[in-house]
Design a protein around this ligand. Sequence first.
Ligand code: MLT
Ligand code: ZN
Length: 460
Amino acid sequence: MTDPRLAELTRLLPALKLSVDPGDMEHHGRDWTRRWTPAPLAIAWPASVEEVQAIVRWANGHGVAIVPSGGRTGLSGGAVAAQGELVVSLDRMNRVLGFDPIDRTLTVEPGMALEAVQNAARERGLLYPVNFAARGSCQIGGNIATNAGGIRVIRFGNTRQWVAGLKVVTGTSEVLDLNRGLVKNASGYDLRHLVIGSEGTLGIVVEATLSLTSLPPPSQVMLLAVPAMDALMKVFTEARHRLRLEAFEFFTDEALRHVLAHGAQKPFEEEHPFYVVTEFDAVDGQAEADALAFFEFCTGEGWVVDGVIASSDAQAASLWRLREGITESLAPHKPYKNDVSVRISAVPAFMEEMQALLAAEYPHFDVVWFGHIGDGNLHINVLKPTELDNAVFVEQCEHVTTLLVETLIRHGGSISAEHGIGLVKKPWLSSVRSEAEIALMRGIKAAWDPNNIMNPGKLL
Ligand code: MLT
Ligand code: ZN
């Protein structure tokens, strides 16, 4: 290591895995946004809490910024290292540390992939219910840092709901042991919840105790073809009323076209403007009859024009692929991603206004809608025309975002439902948070990280 700061780090921690290899720097210096050119100082892979603490102490001493790094599947630039930061990858801290069948908790290190956490819970006869398409590569530490949501929020809530305890190394290198798995703990500010969703700006999660729940009953997956936007929420209201929903997701014909081009199977002969994939409990014959009655009612009202219920696990998986495969199928088009939310009751009015706005502002761009409509969360992806320069494209999209924000404010919504603020949404933080709130957030950041070494420039 020719950099004297890195030489010092190696001297302090001779066993620490450290790399300045250009391939590692490129790979670990970016997330899925691909907008910034990675330029970290180095990548470090600590293997223990003590090593994380020592790195943070060293970073304070040398004024080196740290970017905590999980699976880097983020879509807001929260894990980008483009300013000479040390990337602290949690890849090597990926073990299950404990399981308590009475508390129904699983204690894990932060570098475990979400899917590995889900599997570990299942092997113990229980469920870790947070779920989304990036489960194989995202890490639980990153899920906590972004309060990840996904496709089952409608039933199970966000990551926040499942974190019973957290160990965190703060920006001053102290280890905090927060909440320790307690169900009830009325002892003042719950610092655990400050860390969840803080995007690595307060500290590094080094251990998490996760609550688990019972395995779900048998379920059914249904795909519906919906002729118009205003019917979507009517179908949702009816579904919520008649079925016990686990998921209710939508996408447009344009989204379907991309997943089909990516190898998914065509669900219906005809094309339709909107599709819904929904999963619900199907415990007995009554539940199945309810599902049929729901379908017949919606078709009778003209809100649904076609539908299919999966008759096998393989068919359920292929219906889910139509929704979960969208992100990957759009990636080659370098999409500009909007991840907005409004209250569920405001979705119809908001969607109508937004559709008019986007049609007027993006007449020449392909705009793909999909998302967690049952949570009031829409993903609107604008695809970059091949010939257009990326910087020019982003500039045009950012201009439209500024208009979109006005609509969002009018409907009381948020510029980031679940992807986080990171670098991408930073210019619009003040559309969701008041000046007083942002001042408090800055104060909290300064208290946890007085030298501003934890993921500086992100979020705030
Ligand atoms: C999703 O819902 O598929 C994820 O949030 C990823 C995305 O928006 O592309
Ligand atoms: Zn999403």
